[in-house]
Every structure is written in structure tokens, then in C-alpha cells.
Design a protein around this ligand. Sequence first.
Ligand code: NAD
Ligand code: COI
Length: 351
Amino acid sequence: MFRGHRGYNKNVNRKKAFEMKLIAFGVRKDEEPYFKNWEQQNDVKIKLVPDLLSEENIDLIKGYDGIIGLQTTPYKREYFEKMKDAGIKILSIRNIGIDNIDLDAAKDNQIPITNVPAYSPSAIAEFTITQIMQLIRHTKIFNEKMSHQDYRWEPNISRQINQMTVGVAGTGRIGRAVINLLNGLGTKIIAFDPYHNPELEKRGMYVDSMEAMYRKADVITLHMPATKDNYHLLDAAAFSQMKDGVMIINTARGTLIDSEALIKALDSGKVGGAALDTYEHELPIFDHDLTGQKIDDPIFNNLNERNNVLITPHIAFYTTEAVKNMVEVALNCATTYLNDGKMTNPVVEID
Ligand code: NAD
Ligand code: COI
């Protein structure tokens, strides 16, 4: 429960009472118009830094009240120590996942954190369906064949999604948006989540365990946060319980899958294909221009070279609708806190 925090202004008379200063890290060109527009409408100054928050630039936070972040690289303990020293009052992240944040360090240093939990579940859900369909219809294989003028059909005949069972692991905002889209495709849907959604429960969609899902699903799609309890949830033991030729979709977090075990399961044919928008060692690769460079990651290269593995660089979220919401909601979370002491979308609250 929030009870107060050093430095926020209780007297709501915003701009006049408290000239707040915000600094935003990792700001891309496509986000800038949303920042500028919000800045004008709210008469609040925001320093835009293109680079992610890191050891190299953390000292830029001096003199600011709040940080607007977005990154999958770690928010380390020493960052929170520096935030405390610099008098930072709030870290407002403009994304969902919090697995890269040292939450204890934030608490220890009295830095409250907010996130944007629902910037667009549809963005990730639509991408998930895209990848399921591409895997089932062998688009990578056909694109490769056609690139050297092989227009034959055989042997790459497809199954139909309306004849398949899709297992949705995690029925939060994104998992439910995926289920809504799958409903229109005539697919049999089964779901697992330790917390049942009443609507899905009524429809009898839940199985009792991931193991039950492994036994029944032709496609398994992951939509849960990464935590210390689900590290390598899909490992050799999990793959061995799945149907032969199962397809795996991961738009959640890379650490949910043991990539080496996945390679073995692809080799044996136990797994028939995988679509990975997140990968456990993605940080040095995704969202970097590595054109012409050799990627020094044999596991990544092994997966990427397969014609039944689709790798994308963590782009499920990347739509105009989502990006606009990420920027605007994160800025509103920060200013609401700085003006009124109210936590919108709390991740870490300070007593
Ligand atoms: P959410 O909090 O609304 O839902 C997560 C659900 O997972 C909850 O219902 C929870 O009970 C369930 N869950 C937790 N542990 C589980 C387990 N071991 N097995 C089954 N279910 C479990 O979150 P969301 O908005 O649906 O987002 C899910 C995740 O998607 C985020 O945490 C983030 O890591 C990832 N994400 C990825 C992208 C991308 O661009 N690829 C974008 C946004 C979010
Ligand atoms: C998230 O919102 O958690 C994502 O995975 C998106 C990414 C830009 C950090």
C-alpha cells in the first residue's frame, strides 16, 4: 500500500506547483512524435536519450525527477543506488515484462516502479497467430524453394489449424487475446494457468497441468512472465511428453525454453517447428544491426538456419498502436505519481 514518498507534490495544482523534469532512455525515432506531442500537451520537459539506460549513461539522471525506461537489458542494483543518490522519485517503464529488473534493489533504494501492462495485447496476439500460421503452412520452406525457382508443392503439404489443438500456456491479457483470435479459426483450444479466468473456465478450456497440455496439444504457445520458477519450463523432460511434431511458439520470454533441448527435440522430430520471437541469449543480437557480421552464438545460428524455425527479433509488440500507448501511459504513470503520489500500474510500491 502506498503511503507516501519523499519529494512528490501533494498539492495537485500540477505544472505551477512543481516543475517536474523527466528523462527517457532508449527512445527510438518512431517514439519521438508521441513524446513531443505529450510534452506539448502537458507542458512537462522530457530529455530524450536514444541509448538504453546503462553504466555509461546512468549519470545523466542527475537533476531529474523521473525516469521513463524501456529495455530488456538489466536494471541492476547499482542503477537503483545511483537513482537514490540522484533523488529520482519514480521509474516508469513503458513495457510489460519486469524480469530484467532487480526489484529488491528498487525497494531497498526506495524507488517505486510502474509499467504499462496492457498497451496492446492484440499486437502480440496477432503476431502469435501470424507465426502459428506461417509454421503450419511452411512459409519459410516455400520462400526458400521459390528463391531458386523451385515451385513444386511436394513434399510440404500442410495441416489445417481447424483440425488441430492449440495449447495456450498463460491466460492473462495476451493469452486471452490469442484465444479470441483462435476462436474464429475453428481450432480446439486448451489452456493452462494457475489462476483460472472465469469465462474460460465456464467454457471448459482449462487442463489441470502443463503435462496435460503436452499430451494433447499440436501447437503450444507461451504467454506467461519469466520468473525464477519457470526458467527452462520447456526442457528435455517437457519435450519428451509432447505429441510428435508439436509446434512451439514463444512470444513471451526466451528463458522459458531450454534452447539446447529444443535443438535436440527438433533433430529427433519430436518438435516439428518453432517460432521464437524471444530467445534466451537475445540481448547481444536483437535490435542490433549485425549486417555482414558473423554471429558468435552457435545455438542461435543452429536454430536460425533451420527451415522449420522462425526467429524474429522481439517484435511481437511493435505496432503503432502499442508504441503510442507505451509512451503515453508511461508518461502519465510518472506524472500522476509525481503530482499526486498515486501509483498507476504499480510494480514496486514504497511504504
Ligand atoms: P499477464 O500478467 O496479463 O498474464 C500472464 C499470465 O500468465 C497470468 O494469468 C499468470 O497467472 C500466468 N502464469 C504465470 N506463470 C505461469 C505458469 N508457470 N504457467 C502458466 N501460466 C502462468 O501478462 P501478459 O500481458 O499476458 O504478458 C505475458 C508476457 O508476455 C509478459 O510477461 C512478457 O514477458 C511477454 N511479452 C512479450 C512481448 C513481445 O513483444 N514479444 C510483448 C509484451 C509482453
Ligand atoms: C514487454 O512489453 O514486456 C516486451 O516484451 C516488449 C519489449 C519492447 C520490452
